[in-house]
Design a protein around this ligand. Structure first.
Ligand SMILES: *[C@@H]1O[C@H](CO)[C@@H](O)[C@H](O)[C@H]1NC(C)=O
Ligand SMILES: *[C@@H]1O[C@H](CO)[C@@H](O)[C@H](O)[C@H]1NC(C)=O
Ligand SMILES: *[C@@H]1O[C@H](CO)[C@@H](O)[C@H](O)[C@H]1NC(C)=O
Ligand SMILES: *[C@@H]1O[C@H](CO)[C@@H](O)[C@H](O)[C@H]1NC(C)=O
Ligand SMILES: *[C@@H]1O[C@H](CO)[C@@H](O)[C@H](O)[C@H]1NC(C)=O
Ligand SMILES: *[C@@H]1O[C@H](CO)[C@@H](O)[C@H](O)[C@H]1NC(C)=O
Ligand SMILES: *[C@@H]1O[C@H](CO)[C@@H](O)[C@H](O)[C@H]1NC(C)=O
Ligand SMILES: *[C@@H]1O[C@H](CO)[C@@H](O)[C@H](O)[C@H]1NC(C)=O
Ligand SMILES: *[C@@H]1O[C@H](CO)[C@@H](O)[C@H](O)[C@H]1NC(C)=O
Length: 353
C-alpha cells in the first residue's frame, strides 16, 4: 500500500539535514549521476532565462546562487521555475505548476521540491558540473511532491569571467557580483510504486507487498589489519525520499532469541517494531553501493498491518555504504573505524492472504 506524499511541510529543518550529506566525487562517468535503480524518469525539463550569480572574494569568483524558468524539454511549455543556492551547501528549489487535478486535490497552484547535491561529475571544466541531487523536502501536493531525484545534464554557459576581473574585494557585505547566463537539462525522477527486479535469490518466497520506507544512515566498519568488518548499521526511516522521519533501523548489540540482530522501529501512532536477519546472502550489484538484501522477519510487535504480521523485508536501491577498498587499506592501523553513509529502500511484505 503506497502512501501518497500529501505533505505541507515548512522545510525549516533544511539546513540541519544538509549536514548529513557528503558529496561523493565520482569519475567522469555519467552512470555515477543516475539515481538508484527503482526510480524512473518522470519528466525532462530545461532552463530558460537562467542566470548564475558569482561574487568576487578570496581572490576569485564564488558561485552564490542561480535562478531561472523551467520548460518542458520537448514542447518548450513553461512548467515552473527554480532557484538554487550554493552556499553553504548546494540545494535547489524546483517549483512546478500543478496539473488541474493536483490543483483540485491540493488547493495549490504549484508544488515544490528541495533537492541537495549528492554527486557531481566533471564535464569540461571545474565550474560546469553535471550532478545527481536528492529530494530532502516537498511542499504541497503535485508533480514536484513526488520527486525523488533530479539530474542536471548538458550544462552550457555559466562559467565565471576570468579571475583577472576579480581584483577588488569589498568583503562579504558589499562585493562585486556578476550574473552569467547558462542552460541545463533537468531530469526529474520519481520512486517506482513497486520494488525493482532483484536477483532471484532476493525475491520474497511468498507474501504481499505492504509498504516501503526510505532509509538514510551509515554503516560503521572497523579495520582489523587485513579486512574491514561491519560493526554497526543505523538509519532513519522516512515515509518517502524527501519526506519525514517515521522510524529508525539499527542493529541490536546481540542476537535475540530468534538469532536476529536487526531492528526496524516505526514510531507511534500505530507504531511497530520488527526484528529479523539475513534470509540469504546479500548480493553486491555495484562496487560503490552496499549489497541488496532479503531479511526474514522473526518477530513483530505493535500495530503492524491489517494484512497480518510482516514476514520479509527487502533492502534495494542502495547508494553508498561500502567499506574502503582493501587495496587502498594496506598498511592502515588495525582498529581504524570508517563511517560510510548510505541510503536505500526497505520494502515490507506480509503473508499472503
Ligand atoms: C561507469 O560506472 C558504471 C557503474 O558504476 C560501470 O559499470 C561502468 O563500467 C563505468 N564506465 C566507465 C567507462 O568507467
Ligand atoms: C543571488 O545572490 C545575489 C548576490 O548575493 C543576490 O543579490 C540575489 O538576490 C540572489 N538571488 C537569488 C535568486 O537568491
Ligand atoms: C520554493 O519556491 C517556491 C516558489 O518560489 C516558494 O513558494 C516556496 O516557499 C519555496 N520553498 C522553500 C522551502 O524555500
Ligand atoms: C574537476 O575538474 C577540476 C578542474 O579541472 C579539478 O580540479 C577537479 O579535481 C576535478 N574533479 C574531479 C572529481 O575529477
Ligand atoms: C545530453 O547528455 C547526454 C549524456 O551526456 C547525451 O547523450 C545527450 O545527447 C545530450 N543531449 C543534448 C540535447 O545535448
Ligand atoms: C509462505 O511464507 C511463510 C513464512 O515464511 C511460510 O510459513 C509458508 O509456509 C509459506 N507458504 C508457502 C505456500 O510457501
Ligand atoms: C580479520 O577478520 C577476518 C574475518 O573475520 C579474519 O579472517 C582475519 O584473520 C582477521 N585479520 C586479522 C589480522 O585479525
Ligand atoms: C557499535 O555500537 C555500539 C552500541 O552503540 C557501540 O558500543 C560500539 O562502540 C559501536 N562500534 C563501533 C565500531 O563504532
Ligand atoms: C494500535 O492502534 C490503535 C488504533 O490506532 C491504538 O488504539 C492502539 O493503542 C495501538 N496499539 C499499539 C500497541 O500501538
Amino acid at each position: 500500500m503506497w502512501r501518497r506524499a500529501f505533505l505541507l511541510l515548512t522545510c525549516y529543518w533544511l539546513m540541519m539535514l544538509c549536514q548529513y550529506f557528503t558529496i561523493t566525487q565520482a569519475s567522469n562517468n555519467v552512470s555515477a549521476i543516475l539515481p538508484p535503480v527503482g526510480n524512473s524518469l518522470q519528466a525532462k525539463l530545461k532552463t530558460k532565462n537562467a542566470l548564475r550569480t558569482y561574487t568576487c572574494g578570496s581572490g576569485g569568483w564564488t558561485r552564490v546562487n542561480a535562478s531561472g524558468d523551467l520548460l518542458d524539454f520537448n514542447t518548450n511549455k513553461l512548467v515552473g521555475s527554480y532557484t538554487a543556492v550554493n552556499i553553504p551547501t548546494s540545494h535547489t528549489n524546483l517549483t512546478l505548476l500543478n496539473s488541474d487535478a493536483d490543483v483540485i486535490e491540493s488547493g495549490f497552484l504549484t508544488s515544490s521540491v528541495i533537492v541537495i547535491l549528492i554527486t557531481t561529475i566533471n564535464v569540461t571544466s571545474s565550474d560546469v558540473i553535471e550532478s545527481l541531487n536528492q529530494a530532502i523536502c516537498h511542499q504541497n501536493i503535485g508533480a514536484a511532491a513526488r520527486v525523488s531525484y533530479v539530474v542536471y545534464l548538458n550544462f552550457s554557459g555559466g562559467n565565471p569571467p576570468p579571475t583577472s576581473l576579480c581584483t577588488v574585494e569589498f568583503g562579504i557585505l558589499e562585493s562585486i557580483s556578476i550574473e552569467v547566463p547558462f542552460d541545463v537539462e533537468i531530469d526529474i525522477y520519481t520512486q517506482d510504486l513497486v520494488p525493482p527486479p532483484t536477483p532471484t535469490s532476493l525475491m520474497v518466497p511468498n507474501g504481499t507487498l505492504v509498504e516501503s520506507f526510505f532509509a538514510q544512515g551509515s554503516i560503521i566498519y572497523q579495520y582489523n589489519g587485513s579486512t574491514w568488518l561491519e560493526q554497526n548499521i543505523s538509519a532513519l526511516l522516512y515515509n518517502v525520499i524527501g519526506g519525514y522521519v517515521v522510524g529508525k533501523f539499527e542493529n541490536l548489540q546481540k542476537l535475540d532469541k530468534f538469532e536476529s540482530e536487526l531492528n526496524w522501529h516505526i514510531y507511534n501512532p500505530n507504531g511497530f517494531s520488527l526484528t529479523g536477519h539475513n534470509f540469504v546472502d546479500p548480493i553486491v550489484l555495484s562496487t560503490t553501493d552496499v549489497a541488496w538484501a532479503l531479511f526474514k522477519i522473526t518477530s513483530n510487535s505493535g500495530n503492524t498491518t491489517l494484512l497480518g504480521p510482516y514476514t520479509y523485508v527487502q533492502l534495494v536501491s542502495t547508494r553508498g555504504g561500502t567499506a574502503p577498498s582493501l587495496s587502498d587499506s594496506v598498511g592502515l592501523p588495525p582498529g581504524l573505524v570508517w563511517t560510510s553513509p548510505f541510503s536505500g529502500i526497505f520494502w515490507f511484505y506480509a503473508n499472503s492472504t
